[in-house]
Design a protein around this ligand. Structure first.
Ligand SMILES: [Zn+2]
Length: 189
């Protein structure tokens, strides 16, 4: 990994969508839709420091159109997911954690071997929206249909408010109980 970055080496490739299993599991493609390949490229960089070992950076780009479910209309939503990140690698987990809290860039511990597929899949999973939604949903919302059916089934409930008004007021009943108790003859007991 350090040698790769020191050479300023670049790698690029494409993976079948189904080969990133965690990303594939978080998608919901339509019945006739296949997962789209994930294309990616990385570029290693070595940043010399005034003292100590040079810093290792990795520029990472990836694009993966993913199938999600719109949380408004529950229809499939094709989202072009893209990554453009720069990751900074330091020696040792503890230093990585300390620097990750301090800097805006992602700081990771420099591994001997870097599993690019796992790293890129991690980053893509983090980039997924929490509540995916169409900008404009393609179909009328199913909720509107459900509401009209509900009104048709039971039309009488809210349409005759007069009946409710004629019911005795709950406090009236309470008052009747109280006054009944008050007028009971104490001599009868
Ligand atoms: Zn939608």
């Amino acid at each position: 990994m350090a040698a790769f970055a020191a050479d300023g080496a670049a790698l690029a490739g494409e993976w079948p969508g189904a080969s990133l299993t965690r990303l594939a599991e978080s998608q919901s493609p339509p019945q006739d839709g296949a997962l789209t390949p994930v294309s990616w490229q990385v570029q290693g960089e070595r940043h010399p420091l005034p003292a100590g070992e040079p810093e290792i950076w990795l520029a990472l780009q990836a694009s993966a159109p993913v199938w999600l479910t719109c949380q408004r209309c529950l229809q499939p939503l094709a989202l072009p997911l893209t990554l453009d990140r720069r990751l900074r690698f330091v020696h040792g987990e503890s230093q990585a954690e300390a620097m990750d809290a301090e800097f805006e860039d992602d700081v990771l511990a420099l591994p001997r071997w870097l599993d690019l597929r796992e790293l890129i899949e991690d980053e893509l999973l983090l980039a997924l929206p929490l509540v995916p939604r169409h900008d404009t949903c393609p179909q009328p919302l199913p909720v509107a249909v459900g509401q009209s059916e509900l009104l048709g089934e039971d039309p009488g409930v809210d349409s005759r408010p007069d009946e409710g008004a004629k019911q005795p007021h709950p406090f009236a009943a309470l008052r009747a109980l109280k006054s009944g108790g008050g007028t009971s003859d104490p001599d009868a007991g």
